[in-house]
Design a protein around this ligand. Structure first.
Ligand code: AMP
Ligand code: MG
Length: 347
C-alpha cells in the first residue's frame, strides 16, 4: 500500500439495505473492514414480491441512526477520529438516498469532517480492490437487482461502458422468474437452489440479442423476452420447477458469458495490459454463473475475481472504500449536493 491510510464511515441507503461501515485503508487495497452493519428490509418487501420505495425510505429513516451508532461502536471509533464521511448519493430510490445523504451531511457538519458523495455503482465497481487489492485496469461485470453492465475500469474517474441491459436487470429477471414459478422473494438464491435438481435442456428458452432474430454482436443485454417465454410456458403447461429454473439459469449463463466475451475484446483494445475480470452485485453470489465465468476466463487468459457474497450485495463497506479512494485522489463534496435517482458511471 502507498499513501496514508484513511478511516472512513460509509452509509448506504439506495435500495432495501440500511447499512453503515467503517473501513481503513489506502489504494490499491486491500483495506481493513472495521465494521460492516447491514440491515436488510427483505421481510418488509417480501409480501409485494419487490422493493416498495415508500416502505424502504421510511424503514431507512427509522433505523439508520442506530445502524451508524452500531458501526462506530463495533469499529471502536468516534466521529472525531474519522477522516471523512461517505454516503451513497445515487443512483437508486431517491427517497432512501435522501435519508442516507442527509444524515451524512448532518454528521459531516457536526464533526467538521469532509463529506464524500459516492456513486453506488462505483462502490460495487471498486469492491474487488477493498477485498483483493485488484490493480487498475479491470473489466467489470456488474450484475445486481437494479443493474446489468459491462465496464472497463481504468481508475476512479475512468469508466468505459461496453454494454448494459436494454430492459430488465439480471437480478430482476431472477426475481420475476421466481415469482412466475411461485418461489419466494428474493428469487435469485431460490432459482439457483431449484436449478441444482433440474435439467437445463428441459425447456428451450430464448437468448435475446445473443441468438435468434434480434441477435447483435454487442455487449448489451436483454432479459425481458426470456422472462416472457417462461411466463408463456408456465401458462401453457404444467412445468417442473427444477427444470424450468435450470433452463432459465442456463439461458442467463449463455447471455452473460457471450456478452462478457465480446466486452473482453473491447477491453483488450482499450487496455492491452489488463487481464482481470471482476464480478460484482448480488447475482455474483450465483455459483453456476461464477463457474461459467471461470471457464470463460480460463479460455480467454483472464483472472476472475469475485468478492465474497456479503460484499457483493448492497453494503456500506464498499461505499466507505470508494470514499477512501476518492478522498485519496483529492475529492470532497459540498454540503448542498443533491441525491440523484439516475447517475451513470460513464459519460
Ligand atoms: P443487489 O441488487 O446487489 O442487492 O442484489 C440483489 C439481487 O441479487 C436480487 O435480485 C437477487 O435475486 C439477486 N441474487 C442474490 N443471490 C443470487 C443468486 N444466488 N443467484 C442469482 N441471483 C441472486
Ligand atoms: Mg439490495
Amino acid at each position: 500500500m502507498t499513501g496514508k491510510p484513511l478511516t472512513i464511515l460509509g452509509i448506504e441507503t439506495s435500495c432495501d439495505e440500511t447499512a453503515a461501515s467503517v473501513v481503513r485503508g489506502c489504494a490499491p487495497g486491500p483495506g481493513e473492514i472495521l465494521s460492516n452493519i447491514v440491515f436488510s428490509q427483505t421481510e418488509a418487501h417480501a409480501p409485494y414480491g419487490g422493493v416498495v420505495p415508500e416502505i424502504a425510505s421510511r424503514a431507512h429513516l427509522e433505523i439508520l441512526d442506530g445502524v451508524i451508532e452500531q458501526a462506530l461502536a463495533e469499529a471502536n471509533i468516534t466521529l472525531a477520529a474519522l477522516d471523512g464521511i461517505a454516503a451513497t448519493a445515487g443512483p437508486g430510490l431517491v427517497g432512501g438516498v435522501m435519508v442516507g445523504l442527509t444524515t451524512a451531511k448532518a454528521l459531516a457538519l457536526a464533526s467538521g469532517k469532509p463529506l464524500i458523495a459516492v456513486n453506488h455503482l462505483m462502490g460495487h465497481a471498486l469492491t474487488a480492490r477493498l477485498t483483493h487489492g485488484v490493480d487498475y485496469p479491470f473489466l467489470l461485470l456488474l450484475v445486481s437487482g437494479g443493474h446489468c453492465q459491462l465496464l472497463g475500469v481504468g481508475g476512479t474517474d475512468d469508466f468505459r461502458l461496453y454494454g448494459s441491459t436494454i430492459d430488465d436487470a439480471v437480478g430482476e429477471a431472477f426475481d420475476k422468474t421466481a415469482k412466475i414459478l411461485g418461489l419466494p422473494y428474493p428469487g435469485g438464491p431460490e432459482v439457483e437452489q431449484a436449478a441444482k435438481a433440474g435439467n437445463a435442456k428441459a425447456y428451450a428458452l430464448p437468448r435475446p440479442l445473443v441468438t435468434g432474430h434480434n441477435a447483435r454482436k454487442s455487449a448489451d443485454f436483454s432479459f425481458s423476452g426470456l422472462k416472457t417465454a417462461l411466463r408463456q410456458l408456465v401458462e401453457n403447461e404444467a412445468v417442473s420447477i427444477p427444470d424450468a429454473s435450470a433452463s432459465f439459469q442456463a439461458a442467463v449463463i449463455d447471455i452473460l458469458t457471450d456478452r462478457t466475451a465480446i466486452a473482453m475484446q473491447r477491453f483488450r483494445t482499450d487496455f492491452p495490459d489488463g487481464n482481470t475480470l471482476v464480478v460484482a452485485g448480488g447475482v455474483a453470489a450465483n455459483q453456476a454463473i461464477g463457474a461459467a465465468l471461470g471457464r470463460l476466463c480460463a479460455a480467454e487468459g483472464f483472472v476472475l475475481r469475485v468478492p465474497p457474497p456479503r460484499l457483493c450485495t448492497d453494503n456500506a463497506a464498499m461505499i466507505a472504500w470508494a470514499g477512501v479512494e476518492r478522498m485519496a485522489s483529492g475529492a470532497g463534496d459540498a454540503l448542498d449536493i443533491s441525491p440523484r435517482a439516475r447517475w451513470p458511471l460513464s459519460n
